[in-house]
Design a protein around this ligand. Structure first.
Ligand SMILES: Nc1ncnc2c1ncn2[C@@H]1O[C@H](COP(=O)(O)OP(=O)(O)O)[C@@H](O)[C@H]1O
Ligand SMILES: [Mg+2]
Length: 1270
């Protein structure tokens, strides 16, 4: 706890820290009353208060501070600064505070000599000490070295670099010609690369790494300068109070008249590119030397700018000489000056709109024609060509026209101005590259062994508006910071190792994630920027959005509105991004990122420069390098160029030994003797020096050589202690003072303290004499005790030795015992283990037998196999038991044999088991299958039966309707017939009468004829040879008419019809036939038969069939008439009922169309045989009609075999009536279904019926039957 009297440092916004005392303790903060009454009281949080040492501190190395914190550190710097001790160390890092004034003798040649070859720390801190350390490390470690000088603008980097180079070049003897050249490089570089800014009158606007190369003897052999990121925007515009590069003013102020005329030079305010500030730097003397006509109005009013080391007039002459020393001729120098002047004149070319131009182009303004002339003269280009190249752009057409056609696109005013500025930037920056090249040429080296490189590059930067330049430089600083962290940490840890401190590895926050954010290959900010540039229409807002999108959740990247600065918070999300750098968050405005990332000239300007007549300029624009040739997609951006350069630099730094110089700017006014604490503190933080200090806090930051510590206190020590050697003294002191072992560590040469512990030690040492006496007493006691302890330890060691010998003896015995046991086990282990293993097989066989018992087949085989194995096991065990020296291999082979047999048996068993299982399974499956099959069949049959039943039912119903319909028709027909019959009857009766009369006459005539014949024979007289013919009574209109003869068939027919008493029917039929198409009455029987067999005419065929059956009928009628009465029944071709029905049946004529729709119908009629015995009387008659005619018929009698008849074979015995005639269709219950008929037919031995329907091509089977009959 801090006490009231304790001095502390409290945070102050201006001073950094001020000293005071704690006067109040709050819950979260303390109240501090400053010692200096001019500061008010304040309350500060714990973190902003640090303890303070008593009295002023002044240490060369901040690590020597007893209290290690940023406040004491800052105080140490400040104290020393006011004592003109501008250099301080933090470990090996040199802190250099810019004095802004010349400190006497500090860089004098004598000082150089003084520092030459002296160890770091031997002399007060100095930039020379660092340079010397680098040389010595190079020599000792045979390793190139780098010195990294960093700090913000105006902190003194460039000056420090100059002193370093001076030391490097002068340290051995005096500088030779090469060294002089290396030193001469500086004024040249500064003339072209430095400018006045608000922060530094001589601000370097580029970074550089100057290498001084040495040979094996460490003699300087040459040098090489690499440069980075020249600020190009400054060439065309500068902020207020800032100037363009020095060389422009130097030329205007110092060029002799002759040169001025050649270059057409005026005064600074004549040039637009010098508008930021037009004053020269001059001292009283040179101010006089510059004629008034060369000074701007502003200069004349305000007088010259003043700086101790800058003088434009003087420096022009210095530059001219330095260029000469670098080996440039007057002509070459003139070439350089011409280009510098050309840039100035180029800047004065202005543009104006072309009146009445519709294409929006512009032209060089009237007023700047003169500048155009001068510029083209200086550049060595044709004035018209320059004019055209400035106001238009060349484009090669892609589509339309001939590919590659060149088109001149006119530029708008602002585009032309941009092109002009781009040209100026390109000329100047390439000139700068050339100058650096020239310097390098002048300090060449064939071979070098090592080099010392000094890096002077801008430190971390942040402004209100930060653009691409800040982004690049801060990226560079991130890389350097990472390098610094890695390096310092490594060195520190190496020291701990060297001193044997055994300190655990110290880790620290890494800034690798920021570096990744910027340079990652896939989506780093540089990559995103390059990708944006390759788009057809790149836009800053799209680029910014991409950055935010790619790194949305990255801690190190934020939106501008997350900035703590109000000015940044006004930026919209797509206008910028915030990067949390190691030194603090910086908000970047992305508006010009894309433009600044691309330094390409447009093609026409580039081409013009390549072909100019100015030899220097032409070499600056070698052909083939143009971006317009490489194309937009292949351009190398400024960012990626810088990234590559930096990568190479880092590689070099990593391979070298490193030394750091951190430059601190004490105030922003660039004045001496003013130390702004907070400004310095901020720089210390940014440079990472405070982090190193923090790092030290975890380690042992305070360290003193034993000898130094001893010397420090020698004067206050009593004689008893003074006589001790330094190391023993230190040991005795630390042990006896009861300092905690955690707080210090003894190294090999030094004692290291934890932060603040050194001061504790110091306080004790310097306490009052009484206390000192007590300490001395304690030390003496400690000394006696430690010596006694040492001798006691010696005795103990001897005893321990003896005990150890006894113990070892015991151990040897034990070792022997164990070895013997081991050997015996080794020999017999395979035997007993083998027996065990083999016996195990026997156990396994039990299971095998158990399983085998479950087998239905092959059980005995397995059991037999098991018994064999038992035998083998017994034999094997017996062999092992009887052979003590049996080898492992033999046992194993026996085991393997038994095991193989066992395995074979098991395989057998398994196969059998599997087979049995398979058989069982198959049987089970088969049964299931059968059951399923049966079930399915039953179901199908049932379904079939039901379907059939339903179908039968439907057909029966249909049949019944048909029958009823036919019946009704018949009744109607009968009625009609009856009436017709009555009429006919009457007529017939009359005819019959006539006929009888006629017959009587005929009889008379016949008799007359016979008589006449008899008479003639008697008298030989002649008589008509034919008897009187019987006239056809039916057709004869008049009985007494013509003597028409009737044929035999007609006779038959007549007789039959009479017999059948059906003359009316026949007549009707004949009438119908007469109406038919074909009159077949005259056809012969054989002709009918042929027609049935061969005709394709369906109608004819049917007509033939009808006629055929009609004739058959007549034949049967005739036959019936001539039959023996006794056998009548047997010869019936259909049941009597059918025949009778036919008799009753009035003749009907089948309409022709019925033929086509002819169908098969089936009937069943019971009949009775009148003359059969009772039990056999009954029978069944089956008929199958194919259309109108019978196809099959069958009689079933109880007493005799069934009679099966088929049309075509048995026609003569079959029913000759047409279906209509039979009247079967009208008989209730007579019709049956096809399958009913077929079932009965087949049951009685009938053959399956072939459909005999009317076939257009093919003989009717009836025809065949007819043939047979004949
Ligand atoms: N060691 C020094 N002694 C005297 N003046 C110095 C010293 N270092 C820097 N200065 C002054 O500070 C100015 C800026 O220093 P410079 O090295 O150019 O800064 P930086 O390169 O860091 O921007 C110099 O012009 C000089 O006036
Ligand atoms: Mg500088």
């Amino acid at each position: 706890m801090l006490e009231d009297t304790q001095l502390v440092w409290a945070r102050d916004p201006a001073e950094g820290y001020i000293q005071g005392r704690i006067t109040e303790i709050g819950t979260k903060e303390f109240e501090v009353t400053p010692i200096d009454r001019k500061y008010p009281k304040r309350t500060c949080s714990y973190d902003d208060i640090h303890s303070s040492c008593d009295g002023p501190q002044d240490h060369d190395d901040n690590c020597e501070l007893m209290l290690l914190n940023e406040a004491t550190f800052l105080d140490n710097l400040k104290t020393r600064y006011y004592k003109d001790k501008i250099y301080t160390y933090v470990a090996n890092i040199l802190i250099a505070v810019n004095p802004y004034r010349e400190i006497k003798e500090i860089y004098a040649p004598d000082t150089i000599k003084k520092y030459n070859g002296r160890s770091l720390g031997e002399l007060p801190p100095h930039v020379f000490a660092i340079a010397d350390k680098a040389i010595r490390d190079m020599r000792v470690y045979k390793l190139s070295q780098s010195i990294i000088v960093s700090g913000e603008s105006g902190a003194g980097k460039t000056e420090s670099t100059k002193y370093l180079l001076k030391f490097l070049c002068y340290s051995h003897d005096s500088a030779g010609p090469i060294e002089t050249k290396i030193l001469d490089a500086n004024p040249v570089l500064e003339a072209f690369g430095n400018a006045k800014t608000t922060r530094n009158n001589n601000s370097s606007r580029f970074g550089k790494f100057i290498e001084v190369h040495y040979d094996a003897k460490c003699q300087v052999v040459g040098g090489y300068i690499s440069h980075y990121l020249l600020e190009k925007s400054r060439i065309c515009t500068q902020s207020a109070e800032e100037r363009n590069y020095h060389v422009f003013y130097m030329l205007l102020a110092g060029a002799p008249q002759q040169l001025r005329d050649k270059l057409n030079l005026g005064k600074p305010d004549d040039y637009r590119y010098l508008s930021g500030c037009t004053q020269y730097f001059a001292n009283a003397k040179t101010e006089q030397l510059i004629p008034g006509s060369q000074k701007s109005k502003n200069h004349q009013q305000k007088g010259p700018l003043k700086d101790p080391i800058i003088d434009d007039y003087q420096h022009f002459h210095n530059l001219d000489k330095a260029l000469g020393r670098l080996g440039l001729s007057d002509v070459e120098k003139l070439g350089i000056y011409s280009l510098v002047a050309a840039v100035l004149h180029l800047g004065n070319i202005a543009f104006e709109e072309i009146p009445d131009d519709v294409r929006g182009g512009c032209q060089v303004s009237e007023a700047s024609e003169h500048s155009l002339t001068i510029t083209s003269g200086l550049l060595g280009v044709d004035q018209t060509e320059l004019r055209t190249a400035l106001v238009s752009r060349v484009m090669q057409s892609k589509g339309g026209g001939f590919k590659g056609t060149v088109i001149m696109v006119p530029l708008k005013i602002y585009e032309a101005s941009n092109a002009r500025d781009a040209l100026a930037k390109a000329i100047y920056s390439r000139l700068f590259d050339r100058i650096v090249g020239l310097i390098n040429q002048s300090i060449p080296f064939q071979a070098s062994n090592f080099y010392i490189g000094v890096l002077d590059i801008a430190g971390f930067e942040y402004f209100t508006v930060n653009s691409f330049e800040q982004f690049c430089i801060n990226y560079c600083n991130e890389k350097l910071q990472k390098f610094f962290n890695d390096n310092i940490l490594k060195n520190e840890q190496e020291l701990y190792k060297r001193e044997g401190l055994n300190v655990p590895e110290i880790t620290f926050t890494d800034n690798q994630d920021i570096i990744e954010l910027i340079e990652a290959k896939s989506n780093g900010i540089f990559t995103l920027l390059d990708e944006e540039s390759k788009l057809p229409k790149p836009s800053p807002s799209h680029f910014t959005a991409e950055v935010h999108k790619s790194w949305a959740s990255h801690y190190r990247l934020g939106l501008p509105r997350s900035s703590r600065l109000k000015a940044h918070r006004t930026l919209r999300d797509e206008e910028g991004f915030l990067v949390r750098h190691f030194a603090g968050a910086v908000c970047y405005n992305t508006e010009q990122f894309i433009e600044k990332n691309n330094d390409a000239l447009h093609a026409s300007l580039e081409g013009l420069m390549q072909e100019c007549e100015n030899p220097l300029l032409r070499t600056l624009f070698p052909s083939g390098s143009s971006t317009s040739i490489r194309g937009k997609l292949n351009f190398i951006s400024v960012g990626s160029k810088f990234k590559t350069q930096l990568g190479e630099l880092m590689e070099k730094l990593e391979q070298n030994g490193t030394n750091f110089i951190r430059c601190i700017k004490p105030n922003s006014k660039m004045i001496d003797r003013q130390f702004e604490g907070s400004l310095a503190l901020a720089q210390l933080k940014c440079s990472g020096t405070i982090s190193v200090l923090e790092l030290m806090e975890h380690g042992y930051p305070s360290r003193v050589l034993f000898a130094d510590l001893y010397n420090m206190y020698k004067s206050v020590l009593p004689p008893e202690l003074v006589s001790l050697p330094a190391r023993t003294f230190c040991e005795a002191m630390f042990q006896s003072l009861n300092l905690s072992a955690k707080d210090f560590k003894f190294g090999i040469t030094k004692v290291f303290f934890r932060p603040g512990k050194f001061v504790e030690f110091d306080r004790i040492m310097r306490s009052d004499p009484e206390n000192m006496l007590a300490i001395v007493a304690k030390v003496k006691k400690w000394l006696i005790r430690s010596r006694w302890v040492k001798s006691a330890l010696g005795a103990l060691c001897v005893i321990k030795l003896r005990n150890r010998i006894i113990y070892r003896n015991k151990c040897v015995l034990m070792a022997q015992r164990i070895a013997r046991g081991f050997l015996a086990r080794k020999q017999h282990r395979p035997r007993y283990q083998g027996i065990g293993k083999i016996n195990k097989i026997r156990t396994n066989t039990l299971k095998t037998i158990e399983i085998a018992n479950g087998l239905k087949m092959g059980r005995d085989e397995i059991v037999g196999g098991v018994n064999d194995i038992y035998r083998q096991i017994d034999d094997a065990i017996k062999t092992i038991k009887l052979t003590p020296r049996i080898t492992q291999r033999e046992i194993d082979s026996m085991y393997t044999v038994v095991m193989a047999n066992m395995n074979k048996l098991t395989v057998d068993l398994n196969t059998k088991l599997k087979e049995q299982q398979q058989a069982d399974e198959q049987e089970r499956l088969r049964k299931i299958q059968e059951a399923l099959e049966a079930e399915r069949a039953a179901k199908e049959a049932e379904e079939h039966r039901q379907r059939e039943e339903a179908e039968n039912k439907r057909l029966k119903v249909e049949m019944e309707t048909r029958r009823k319909h036919a019946e009704a028709q018949r009744l109607r027909q009968e009625e009609e017939d009856r009436r017709a019959a009555l009429a006919l009857q009457e007529q017939l009766q009359k005819e019959a009468k006539d006929d009888a009369k006629y017959r009587q006459q005929l009889e008379q005539e016949r008799r007359d004829h016979e008589l006449a014949l008899r008479l003639a024979s008697e008298s030989n007289g002649q008589v008509e040879d034919s008897p009187p013919v019987i006239r056809n009574g039916i057709n004869d209109a008049s009985p007494m008419g013509s003597n028409k003869l009737i044929s035999f068939s007609q006779v038959v027919s007549n007789i039959a019809s009479r017999y059948l008493n059906k003359s009316d029917n026949v007549r009707a039929q004949q009438q119908a036939l007469g109406k038919q198409k074909y009159d077949l009455s005259k056809w012969k029987y054989s002709e009918l038969r042929d027609a049935i067999n061969t005709s394709c005419d369906i109608e004819l065929l049917e007509a033939c069939r009808q006629e055929f059956h009609r004739r058959l009928k007549v034949y049967h009628a005739w036959k019936a008439k001539n039959r023996k009465r006794t056998t009548m029944d047997e010869n019936e071709r259909a049941p009597r009922s059918v025949m009778e029905a036919a008799f009753k049946q009035p003749p009907t004529v089948q309409p022709i169309q019925q033929i086509v729709t002819a169908q098969h119908r089936y009937f069943r009629i019971p009949f009775m045989r009148a003359n059969a015995p009772d039990n056999t009387k009954r029978g069944l008659w089956y008929a199958h009609f194919d259309g109108q005619w019978i196809a099959r018929q069958m009689e079933l009698h109880a007493d005799k075999p069934p009679i099966l008849l088929v049309a075509g074979t048995d026609d003569m015995q079959m029913c000759e009536l047409s279906l209509e005639e039979t009247g079967l269709t009208r008989k209730r219950g007579a019709e049956i279904l096809e399958h009913e008929f077929n079932r009965e037919w087949e049951r009685n031995g009938g053959k399956a019926y072939k459909n005999l329907g009317v076939r257009p091509n093919g003989p009717h089977p009836a025809a065949a039957g007819m043939q047979k009959q004949q």
